[in-house]
Design a binder for this molecule. Structure first.
Ligand SMILES: *[C@@H]1O[C@H](CO)[C@@H](O)[C@H](O)[C@H]1NC(C)=O
Ligand SMILES: *[C@@H]1O[C@H](CO)[C@@H](O)[C@H](O)[C@H]1NC(C)=O
Ligand SMILES: *[C@@H]1O[C@H](CO)[C@@H](O)[C@H](O)[C@H]1NC(C)=O
Ligand SMILES: *[C@@H]1O[C@H](CO)[C@@H](O)[C@H](O)[C@H]1NC(C)=O
Ligand SMILES: *[C@@H]1O[C@H](CO)[C@@H](O)[C@H](O)[C@H]1NC(C)=O
Ligand SMILES: *[C@@H]1O[C@H](CO)[C@@H](O)[C@H](O)[C@H]1NC(C)=O
Length: 603
């Protein structure tokens, strides 16, 4: 029976079921077969190369049957912090995993904070899911700690790639269920993870219980050899070596521009010469080639789901932990960790029961929303000991679940449920409601390749705001607003300047105060700064709402409304987002002021 049909039948039955018959709430689904979840996560895959040319299998099996999220982001643009955020559905300022390695990050910090007992994997298990995970979990899962910090805490079955061999591509080490490492010399990493994933899928299909299967290949990440520090070109599988010989990095408006662009240390990058351009173009081609194995993996997994007759019961997601600047954008070396669109925006495709084939969603979402959605669709959210920062996404159908008690619990966590329900199955924004995304960073940026130069401290907060022109609204808004630790600000009108070349707050180091009653760009910036102020220390519900924190009575629900003259003075007098210095790490006391209720409109 198809999932939807089964659901309709059960929904009818549910109205006859007495919710009080199940006071413990342990099995609120009354025997509903909850959907399986397959989560395919690649490593460092930017959104620009997630096209049908470079991912033919993914388009054939996933995109054309599902929904494409055009503006899907990571709250922290580097592997381990992004993944920790996903598993906790939390922003960096709440989970505190700031780096890929010690002392400020890595799997050791995740473990030492006790997160191994309180994350998506655990909640799903507690909710009765069988859970499987293979590939890269986090940086800092190592041959040394695989047994002492076993991933059996997180998953029923796991085969985890171990440092320092994670990025070798041809000499992977796996720990199976927290056991001693096993070496796979000669096996191409992405294919190895594909095969383990298929094996887990076969096993999961035998189970009565719904399952979660995470498959996380390292492609198209660069190579890091244990013997020689530093990053080199991604290594394609032998079958993909000759591909894309003529391809070069797209010469977009921000590619190696004649004038410096961006802010802070980015503006100091020199123009790249032909030697460096040839080098980054080959870097780009090797990434595309390595990506083809990831694409093969996606195709093989979905083909197997089809053969196992599970397509109607299974949500399948493809996304990546963070984006990537292939090199050249704003004259940069290859790398990530900044707030520019290349670094924070990632592909996100979802197919599954109830999702219209070939549909689009243009709102701003992020990976913490995805994990909140997985928890929601699995009835697992109640097992979290804290309020999740992530919003439940449009593909989750909140009515597809059990009893009143559970509904109330969910309603309490998601007051904006009506707005959410309204969005269901819409392919674009139905109203002028604002959607937002927050990215943060507090440590050195990781730069790659032989021309990378030194790392710089990349400490900033970036706010993305997207708003459609609903009925009666004057048009859509699409903005990026960044505040750097040194006081610099950037504002880009993404509708006109998607490559972020025209900083509307100035093109040289300028620390001028924002003037909310003067220029249009300053008026917009005061609104965005206020939103950022309300989000920079947000927890749970505060992170999921946009204007409600500032306007709890609902007077303003969109940027368009917030721009009304009557609010000029209000936005002008609010404290600004600020850092005392650019020291590495997150020290809340040095990032005052914070939002408080006294700052609400009309308070
Ligand atoms: C491959 O990895 C193993 C550890 O799993 C290591 O002992 C061996 O030296 C590595 N081989 C090469 C060629 O690097
Ligand atoms: C590793 O590669 C060998 C040779 O191609 C293959 O026979 C084997 O199945 C692979 N192992 C795994 C676990 O995929
Ligand atoms: C691509 O270039 C490589 C190395 O120059 C060559 O061996 C290969 O045949 C070329 N492939 C194609 C499809 O042109
Ligand atoms: C090109 O730039 C790189 C990096 O600055 C430098 O090492 C190299 O010498 C330059 N090559 C030429 C031909 O100028
Ligand atoms: C990079 O760092 C090294 C060591 O701190 C320093 O000597 C060098 O001048 C730096 N290079 C640049 C281009 O800043
Ligand atoms: C802001 O700009 C307006 C209009 O140019 C000016 O009258 C006002 O003095 C400015 N305020 C501040 C605080 O600079």
């Amino acid at each position: 029976m198809k999932f939807q049909t089964a659901f309709a039948t059960l929904l009818a039955a549910l109205t006859l079921v007495d919710a009080s018959a199940n006071p413990s709430g342990d099995r609120p689904h009354h025997g509903i077969k909850r959907p399986n979840i397959i989560y395919i996560l690649s490593d460092d895959h930017d959104h620009t190369t997630a096209t049908s040319e470079y991912m033919p299998e993914t388009y054939k099996h996933l995109v054309s049957h599902g929904r494409r999220y055009s503006h899907f982001y990571t709250p922290m643009s580097v592997c381990c912090p992004s993944r920790a955020g996903f598993f906790r559905s939390q922003h960096g300022h709440n989970h505190g995993i700031l780096d890929v390695q010690g002392p400020l990050g890595g799997f050791d910090v995740f473990w030492n904070r006790g997160y191994q007992d309180d994350n998506l994997g655990v909640w799903l298990r507690q909710a009765g899911y069988k859970t499987y995970y293979t590939g890269k979990l986090m940086n800092g899962n190592t041959v040394a700690n695989a047994q002492s910090k076993p991933t059996t805490k997180l998953f029923d079955q796991s085969a985890i790639l171990l440092d320092p061999y994670t990025y070798t591509y041809l000499n992977s080490s796996l720990s199976w269920n927290g056991q001693a490492p096993e070496s796979y010399p000669g096996n191409y990493s992405t294919d190895l993870i594909r095969d383990v994933g298929l094996q887990y899928l076969d096993e999961a299909a035998q189970s009565e219980e719904p399952f979660f299967l995470g498959i996380a290949p390292i492609g198209p990440h660069s190579v890091v050899e244990p013997s020689s520090p530093g990053f080199t070109n991604a290594l394609p599988a032998a079958r993909h070596k000759g591909l894309y010989n003529g391809t070069i990095i797209p010469r977009t408006a921000n590619f190696n521009p004649d004038v410096p662009s961006g802010a802070n240390f980015v503006r100091n990058y020199e123009k790249l010469n032909e030697t460096v351009l040839d080098y980054v173009d080959e870097w780009h081609r090797d990434r595309l080639r390595a990506l083809r194995s990831v694409d093969d993996l996606v195709g093989a997994v979905i083909e197997r789901v089809r053969k196992l007759n599970l397509l109607d019961d299974t949500y399948i997601v493809y996304t990546s932990d963070n984006g990537f600047s292939t090199g050249g954008q704003h004259r940069r070396p290859p790398g990530k960790c900044l707030g520019y669109e290349e670094d924070i925006r990632v592909p996100a495709f979802i197919r599954g029961p109830g999702i219209q084939a070939g549909s689009w969603n243009n709102e701003a979402w992020s990976n913490i929303d995805l994990s909140a959605s997985f928890a929601e669709v699995a009835d697992a959210t109640r097992h979290a000991s804290y309020a999740l920062d992530g919003r439940v996404m449009d593909w989750v159908r909140p009515h597809e679940r059990g009893d009143k008690e559970q509904r109330e619990l969910i309603d309490e966590q998601l007051p904006s449920r009506e707005a959410h329900s309204e969005r269901l199955n819409k392919t674009s924004l139905p109203s002028s409601a604002t959607t937002h995304h927050l990215s943060e960073y507090w440590v050195k940026n990781y730069v790659e390749g032989i021309y990378a130069g030194n790392q710089s401290t990349s400490k900033y907060k970036t706010l993305r705001v997207r708003e459609s022109g609903g009925k009666g609204a004057a048009g859509r808004h699409d903005w990026t607003y960044t505040v750097w630790c040194n006081g610099e600000r950037e504002l880009y009108d993404m509708a006109k300047d998607e490559y972020q070349m025209n900083n509307l707050l100035g093109t040289s180091n300028n620390f001028v105060p924002l003037n909310g009653t003067a220029h249009k760009s300053h008026r917009i910036a005061t609104r965005l700064d206020a939103l950022l102020l309300s989000l920079k220390r947000c927890v749970g519900q505060e992170c999921r709402q946009t204007w409600e924190t500032l306007f709890p009575k609902g007077q303003v629900a969109s940027l368009e409304q917030a721009l009304h003259k009557r609010y000029d003075d209000y936005f002008q007098q609010l404290p600004r987002v600020h850092y005392d210095d650019c020291e590495i790490g997150f020290d809340a006391a040095k990032e005052q002021s914070d939002w408080s209720e006294e700052l609400q409109w009309g308070a």
